[in-house]
Design a protein around this ligand. Sequence first.
Ligand SMILES: [Mg+2]
Length: 293
Amino acid sequence: MSDVQVNEAKEFFAPSPAGPSKGTIAVDMDDVLAQTNQTIVEMHNARYGMQPPLSLADFKHYLYWNNRGWGDAKQTAKMVVELCNAGLYGRSAPVPGAREGLQKLKDMGYRLIIITARGESSREVSEDWIAEHMPDLFDEIHFTGAFVHLAATHEEDEGHVARRAVLSHKKRTKAEICHETGAFVLIDDSAENVLHATLHSSPPVQCLLFGTYGWNASIPSPDVPIHPDDRALDDGGLTYLEKEAKGALGESEERWEEARKRGWVPDGVERVADWEGVVEWVKKREGKGEEGS
Ligand SMILES: [Mg+2]
């Protein structure tokens, strides 16, 4: 089997008219097109009854298990699966201005694609959501399944010998997909994703870091060593609950606040607050004569 499965597009996909395109723009889905985290807050409170109730302000990190209200990586993945099964992706409202902004970009002659970390199992609900809220805009949608490996399978929960779900497709990073599709910019709300697409990808991918969200407000710069507690989980870092148990939450919050004040972003990343900001950025780029690259 090839690494990438291409499924027949549904009718809502709208290939650009023949003729030269000004280039391809890659767009993330959660919290760039759909207000996923806001919906998670509402569903999480209804289902798990956190006290005090969870709010969007609790989402200070992109990875949920670094925030209040979750468990370790596996427990978090299980909770997200529960929320997905309860209809998370179908009920999220669109991000204000997304449809209008995307329509402007398409009318300007750009090709639009979605690159989402959602997995294949979310394909149908995602396509239905796009058909309902943002039809006739996108040429392609790519599911990277970045978190699929974290979701415990039934067998794993029951201690079956087949401990791992087998993935039939090689995972691709968002930067790889930008390279393959020739996208000249990636619009994403994750500081981790834009860090990877710029500092850790060759060639680097120009990124717009979307939204004034708590989870992308603070980006640790490379000239400040990352505290061991704050490292990525698979690199020795701690979850929110582990920091709480160790009495290390306060110090971690201080480091988060210092990085936020420092305001560092990687080269090749610009912040945009909303969809108007995205359209402005693209127009400005055209003014510099960079279109078509
Ligand atoms: Mg996102």
